[in-house]
Design a binder for this molecule. Structure first.
Ligand SMILES: Nc1ncnc2c1ncn2[C@@H]1O[C@H](COP(=O)(O)OP(=O)(O)OP(=O)(O)O)[C@@H](O)[C@H]1O
Ligand SMILES: [Mg+2]
Length: 234
């Protein structure tokens, strides 16, 4: 279980996250929604050790992870699919995937994990030897998710996986995320596609101006008039 207690993050003197407390239980699919610039990427990067936590703690199964670097968190069972995918375009899909399996436990199992990733994403399997840059946006996003899965995470952090994808691919993307979650991996999903994020997740946190302003079961959040108006265009 992941727990954030009163987390504050600054960029220089400017506060970006303020008093953020949240939890993700084993096997849960939790989403974070919020407008542009609310701090969603800052939050997910803080969890992954890419932003310094100025105040507060990040606990994982009761162990204090605050301040640990990303590769240590990866060993502990966290993996990030970053905003914008960040693949190595000139490297093959296969090479990009193997980069996800760097820590010893993941390395030892990488052949089996690769098989699983190829089952999950048949389209990735078909392109293993192509340069990542040659793939479509949707295919690249699948590779980015596959790369994170190669680390055998217990908690998968996804930063706007549907961004810039064609509507048909977006549906496929959310289906895949649900499949991964049903396989037992906890998921923290940051999304601008609010209606889909609310539909697939169990619980939702609403982040505005660096603060959690609302949280609860996703169906309850989806029925709130202010959420309908601000995020669902209803
Ligand atoms: N490296 C940085 N240095 C200074 N300020 C930053 C930095 N990164 C983000 N910010 C600021 O922090 C705030 C939160 O940004 P963040 O990228 O976390 O928002 P977001 O919710 O992910 O937005 P988006 O929906 O556009 O991805 C914004 O005001 C942004 O301008
Ligand atoms: Mg962002």
């Amino acid at each position: 279980m992941l727990e954030l207690q009163n987390v504050h993050v600054n960029y220089g003197a400017a506060p970006a996250l303020w008093e953020v407390s949240m939890s993700i239980f084993p096997k849960e699919l939790v989403c974070v929604i919020g407008p542009n610039g609310a701090g969603k990427t800052t939050l997910i990067n803080a969890i992954m050790g890419l932003n310094r936590t100025r105040l507060g703690s990040i606990l994982w199964d009761g162990e204090d992870l605050t301040g640990l670097p990303a590769h240590r968190l990866c060993e502990r069972g966290l993996a990030l699919v970053p905003e914008g995918r960040r693949l190595y375009g000139s490297m093959s899909v296969h090479e990009n995937l193997l980069l996800g399996a760097v820590h010893p436990k993941a390395r030892a199992k990488r052949a089996d994990t690769l098989e699983w990733v190829c089952e999950l994403f048949p389209v990735v399997k078909a392109k293993l030897n192509q340069a990542a840059a040659q793939l479509s946006g949707g295919q690249q996003q699948m590779v980015a998710i596959g790369r994170a899965l190669m680390a055998l995470p217990q908690l998968l952090l996804l930063d706007e996986p549907s961004l810039g994808l064609a509507p048909s691919i977006v549906i496929e993307m959310f289906n895949v995320i649900q499949t991964i979650n049903r396989g037992g991996t906890s998921v923290l999903l940051v999304e601008q596609n609010v209606s889909r994020a609310l539909a697939v997740s169990e619980r939702t946190y609403v982040l505005e101006n660096g603060r959690i302003v609302s949280s609860g079961p996703s169906d309850v959040i989806a029925s709130q008039p202010e959420i309908k108006k601000a995020y669902l265009g209803l």
